[in-house]
Design a protein around this ligand. Structure first.
Ligand code: DAH
Length: 343
């Protein structure tokens, strides 16, 4: 029996050494030490032994059990350590690898242009006013002195919601709202700029979009003269395009101003010599403006014999297209980041 036990110990050691998975080791434990295992089988024969032999074999049997148990325990630990090490190895982070840079959006070119213009006027003491995109016909046309047969009132040019309500075609109705509020709250004089969205029933093409943005300028006070109007607009243009930029006031007609002008600036690309940006003219038209028509002041409850003012309106998309050399207005609304990222 002694031999059998020694033999079992030897075989057990070899088998445990050869095992490579936790499942294999567990199976060995059952086969060697379990109730129906090898060791039990051998020890069952102890009944045949003499009284002197029994304690010796018993002791040896316990020793063999202990050795095998320890071997199994060590092997199990070894295997799980190896598995862990392998896992750590395969999951190592290479800290020298370049990271993934998250894509962060940036300010849209339209907002950027609005901010630029707004900042210039705020630097001259203007404050920002806003109005609704859904307007009354009265604020958008009537109170702005637009004749009943003005072409811009046509159904083909303007999005009407009802006979009296429309999507504003310009930011000019905010002039009416602001002046009426100022009269109500006794808050004249005023100096405001109004950025906002406007709508016209135009089919989209390279220079037209049914939705676009304008910035309105309005100054109303006592003794506001044409000189002040001219000086303010010139200052604005020079801040936007550079101090050497020249300004030309070309006579025009708007219902809400008298006199009215379109303001041209010397081409900021060629300086006036003529180039593709100014179409060889040397000048670029950037906005409409004029002295506020007495009828408009009157419509808002302001006495034109006491107060006067000037106003201007400019298209934000047009300013941006000129400034950044964009040849299609639709690009600004497609919102392809590859396009927007350039500005
Ligand atoms: N509202 C005009 C337009 O959409 C632009 C404009 C012209 C605004 C002259 C003004 C102005 O305030 O005085 O074409």
């Amino acid at each position: 029996m002694q031999e059998k036990l020694k033999e079992l110990r030897k075989i057990a050691e070899e088998k445990i050494l050869a095992a490579t998975s936790p499942e294999e080791v567990e199976k060995l434990r059952v086969d060697l030490l379990g109730k129906k295992g090898e060791l039990t089988k051998i020890l069952k024969e102890m009944g045949k032994l003499s009284a002197e032999e029994r304690p010796i074999i018993g002791k040896l049997g316990n020793e063999v059990r202990e050795i095998i148990t320890n071997n199994i325990k060590e092997k199990k630990e070894m295997i799980s350590r190896a598995i862990l090490e392998q896992k750590i190895e395969s999951e190592t982070i290479d800290v020298t690898m370049p990271g993934k840079v998250p894509q962060i959006g940036k300010q849209h070119i339209i907002s950027k242009m609005i901010d630029e213009v707004t900042e210039i006027f705020m630097g001259m003491g203007f404050s920002i006013a806003e109005g609704p995109e859904i307007e009354t016909v009265r604020n958008n046309f009537d109170a702005l002195n637009a004749p009943k047969d003005h072409p811009s009132r046509d159904m083909t040019d303007t999005f009407y919601i009802t006979e009296d309500i429309l999507l504003r075609t310009q930011t000019s109705p905010v002039q009416i709202r602001t002046m009426e509020e100022a009269v109500k709250t006794n808050d004249l004089p005023l100096k405001i700029i109004v950025p906002g969205r406007c709508f016209r029933s135009d089919s989209p093409d390279a220079t037209h979009s049914p939705m676009f943005h304008q910035i309105e300028v309005l100054v109303v006070g006592k003794d506001i003269t044409f000189t002040e109007f001219k000086g303010t607009m010139e200052k604005f243009v020079q801040k936007l395009y550079g101090p050497e930029t020249k300004t030309k006031f070309r006579p025009h007609n708007f219902p809400f101003t008298e006199p009215s002008a379109e303001i041209d600036v010397s081409c900021f690309k060629c300086g006036g010599a003529g180039c593709p940006v100014c179409k060889g003219e040397g000048w670029i038209e950037i906005l409409g403006a004029g002295m506020v028509h007495p009828n408009v002041l009157r419509n808002c409850g302001i006495d034109p014999d006491v107060y006067s003012g000037f106003a201007a309106g400019m298209g934000v998309e047009r300013l941006a297209m000129l400034k950044y050399g964009i040849d299609d207005i639709r690009l600004m609304f497609e919102n392809d980041v590859r396009f927007l990222d350039q500005f």
